[in-house]
Design a protein around this ligand. Sequence first.
Ligand SMILES: [Zn+2]
Length: 118
Amino acid sequence: MHPQLEILLELQDLKAQKREMEEVAEEHSREIESEVFQVKPEEAVVHLQEKIAEMEAALEPEVLKRYRLVSGRRPRAVVPVLSGMCYGCFMDMPTSVSRTNDEISWCEHCGSFVYFVA
Ligand SMILES: [Zn+2]
């Protein structure tokens, strides 16, 4: 897999994690006293944000630009392609797109980065 694609997938994962922690932090702040967490959810959110910024900095400028654009308007910036179909918009991927994860590709219809699964 293309290293930039790996970063994108990891970023997506971190963002999902962060959203989850933000919800936990919100609920947690309403509780009176809870010692369930070793790290405060608020702190975990900050750590995740730091990691996200760090990984974004590792993206090539063009990739980062597209990533910012796509993640601003879609819930997932990286989506799988299964049987030639983009799972971001459920349209067929043109055959002109090389179906390999060794290159960075994106869907012409929805703009999401794609990775191919058999
Ligand atoms: Zn698409």
